[in-house]
Design a protein around this ligand. Structure first.
Ligand SMILES: [Zn+2]
Length: 483
C-alpha cells in the first residue's frame, strides 16, 4: 500500500514526541542529574527498563533488566561552601566574603578529598618563593592559594607536594569560566580539599593578603625596628585572610545498575514475531552473533541544594537515540529483521570511570561480536559530522560505518572517544564510539547546568537513529560469518 505523505508526517511527529518524552524524563527533576548511586539514577534505570519491556525486549540482566555492579565516584552529600574572612587592616575590622559554588569555585574531584577546614591563607607564587623568602615550613597548617598557574603546571604533582608539606587545603586559579564543569571522578587516596577558583576570586584574595601584609610591615617599621624585627612582626602577625572550606565530598563505592535487554536475532522489536519468520532455535543459540548497542544514562548529578545538571546532550541524547532505533525496529512497516542478536545496554558509572561499560565487557550476557556506543548528539540543527571512536580507517566496523554515514551525507571524523567506547576497545571488542562532532562554535555547556533538553534538536537525534538503523541494515547484509 502506498503510504501518504500525511502518514509520514504524522509518523515523524509521533517519533519526535517520543524522543522529547524520553529527554524530558531523563533530564527532569525526578532523575535529578542521574549521578550513579543516587535515587535519581535509580529512577532513570526503572524508566529505561520499562521502555525496554514496552518494546518487547527480553531481560538480559541478572535481576530482570538490571545488572548490579558497584560504582566508585566522588559524590557531594551536601552543599559545598567557601568563605574568606579578610582583615581590612591590621587592627582588624574584618569582613567575610561568601563565594558561590560552581560559579566562583568548584571541587577538583579527581584530586580532592572532602573535608571541613578553617585556616589562614598563604599565597604561593614563584615571586613569593624567590623574593619574600616564603619557606616550605610556612605552608604547614595553611590553606594555600596558587593565584596564577605557572607554565607547565602539573596539578597532580602540586597537590601531592602541598599535602606532603602540611597544607590543609589548596585553591588553584583556573581562569574565568561561566560555570566550572562538574566532574565526579574520585580517588580514595586524595588527602586534602582541592578547589578550582576563578581568576577574579584569586585576585581578590591576593590583594587582600597583600594590603594587610603591607599594613603589618609599616606597623613594624613604625616601631623603628630593623629588618629582623620586621620579619618577626610579620611572622607574629595573624594572617590577614582566613579561609573556611566545607566540602562534603565523599568517595564511595555504591551499588548501581546497568539496564540490559536483548532483541533476539530474527525478531522485530515490539514483540512482532510473524510465524513464517520465527527464528529457529539455532538462530538464537549461543552461536548467533550479538551486537551491543549502548549509551550511558548516568550523569554528574544535581548539586545538593544547588544547581541542576540535566545532562541532556551528555547523555540523555544517546539514550534517546538508542530508544528511537528500537522504536524504528518495532515499526510494523519494517521488513528487515536483524540476523544477529541486538543487546541493548543503558550503562551506569561512565562519568566516574566507565564502570558500566567495563562490567558489560567483562560479563556480557552473550559473547559480544561488536559494540556500538553513542555519546552526545543533537546540539546542532543537523547531523553534519560524526566521530567514529577510532583514529584511523582500517577496522572493518569503522570502515563500514564510515561508508554508511558518508552515503547519508554525514561527514565522518576519525577521532577516538574518552567515553564508554574506550572501555570496549580496551577489552578487545570491535567497537564504534559514535558521537556528533561540532561544525560550528557551541557553548561549553557540557557538565554545566546549561546542558538542557531545550537546546537539543529532536530532528538531529532522529537523524542519528536513522543513521544507526542504516548501519544495522548494512551489518545484517553481511554474510553470517563476516564479523
Ligand atoms: Zn559526561
Amino acid at each position: 500500500m502506498q503510504r501518504t505523505a500525511l502518514a509520514q508526517d504524522t509518523e515523524t511527529e509521533t517519533e519526535r514526541d517520543a524522543i522529547s518524552q524520553d529527554l524530558r524524563y531523563l533530564t527532569g527533576s525526578e532523575a535529578a542529574g542521574r549521578l550513579s548511586g543516587t535515587d535519581g539514577a535509580r529512577r532513570a534505570s526503572v524508566y529505561l527498563a520499562q521502555a525496554l519491556e514496552d518494546l518487547g525486549l527480553t531481560p538480559a540482566g541478572n535481576d530482570g533488566y538490571f545488572r548490579w555492579l558497584d560504582v566508585a565516584a566522588a559524590r557531594l552529600t551536601g552543599p559545598a561552601r567557601l568563605k574568606a574572612t579578610i582583615a581590612s587592616d591590621v587592627t582588624g575590622s574584618a569582613k567575610t566574603r561568601t563565594y558561590q559554588h560552581r560559579k566562583d569555585f568548584a571541587e577538583m574531584s579527581s584530586l580532592s578529598s572532602g573535608g571541613t577546614v578553617k585556616a589562614p591563607l598563604v599565597v604561593v607564587t614563584e615571586e613569593a618563593q624567590e623574593e619574600s623568602g616564603l619557606r616550605p615550613e610556612d605552608l604547614k597548617g595553611k590553606i594555600a592559594l596558587i593565584p596564577k598557574r605557572p607554565a607547565g603546571f602539573d596539578f597532580g604533582a602540586t597537590v601531592t607536594t602541598a599535602a606532603d608539606l602540611g597544607v590543609v587545603a589548596l585553591l588553584v586559579e583556573m581562569g574565568e569560566p561561566a560555570w566550572f564543569h562538574k566532574t565526579v571522578y574520585g580517588s580514595p587516596n586524595n588527602r586534602i580539599p582541592v578547589l578550582r577558583v576563578t581568576a577574579s576570586l584569586a585576585t581578590e584574595l591576593v590583594a587582600a593578603a597583600a594590603t594587610a601584609a603591607a599594613a603589618g610591615r609599616s606597623a613594624g617599621a613604625a616601631d623603628g625596628g630593623d629588618g629582623a624585627a620586621n620579619a618577626a612582626v610579620r611572622a607574629a602577625a595573624p594572617s590577614p585572610v582566613e579561609v573556611e572550606i566545607d566540602l562534603p565530598l565523599s568517595f564511595q563505592w555504591l551499588p548501581c545498575r546497568n539496564v540490559l535487554g536483548l532483541l533476539p536475532a530474527g525478531r522485530l522489536a515490539g514483540g512482532h514475531l510473524p510465524g513464517s519468520l520465527m527464528p529457529s532455535t539455532h538462530a538464537t543459540s549461543a552461536l548467533t552473533r550479538t551486537v551491543a548497542i549502548t549509551a550511558h544514562f548516568d550523569h554528574v548529578g544535581d548539586d545538593p541544594a544547588g544547581p541542576r545538571f540535566p545532562g541532556a546532550m551528555d547523555n540523555a541524547s544517546g539514550v534517546a537515540t538508542v530508544l528511537a532505533v528500537l522504536r524504528a525496529l518495532a515499526a510494523p512497516a519494517r521488513r528487515t529483521r536483524l540476523p544477529f542478536n541486538l543487546l541493548v545496554g543503558f550503562l551506569t558509572g561512565e562519568e566516574s570511570g566507565l564502570w558500566g561499560a567495563k562490567d558489560l565487557a567483562a560479563h556480557p550476557p552473550r559473547p559480544l561480536s561488536a559494540a556500538i556506543n553513542l555519546d552526545g548528539i543533537g546540539f546542532e540543527p543537523a547531523l553534519r559530522a560524526i566521530r567514529l571512536g577510532r583514529s584511523a580507517p582500517g577496522h572493518w566496523l569503522a570502515d563500514l560505518a564510515a561508508e554508511t554515514f558518508q552515503g547519508l551525507g554525514i561527514e565522518v571524523r576519525w577521532v577516538t572517544g574518552t567515553d564508554d567506547s574506550a572501555a570496549f576497545m580496551n577489552a578487545g571488542l570491535s567497537t564504534l564510539g559514535l558521537g556528533q562532532m561540532a561544525t560550528e562554535p557551541w557553548p561549553a555547556a557540557m557538565h554545566t547546568p546549561e546542558d538542557t533538553a531545550e537546546v537539543l534538536h529532536l530532528s538531529t537525534i532522529k537523524e542519528g537513529a536513522d543513521a544507526i538503523l542504516s548501519l544495522l541494515d548494512r551489518l545484517a547484509a553481511r554474510p553470517a560469518r563476516a564479523f
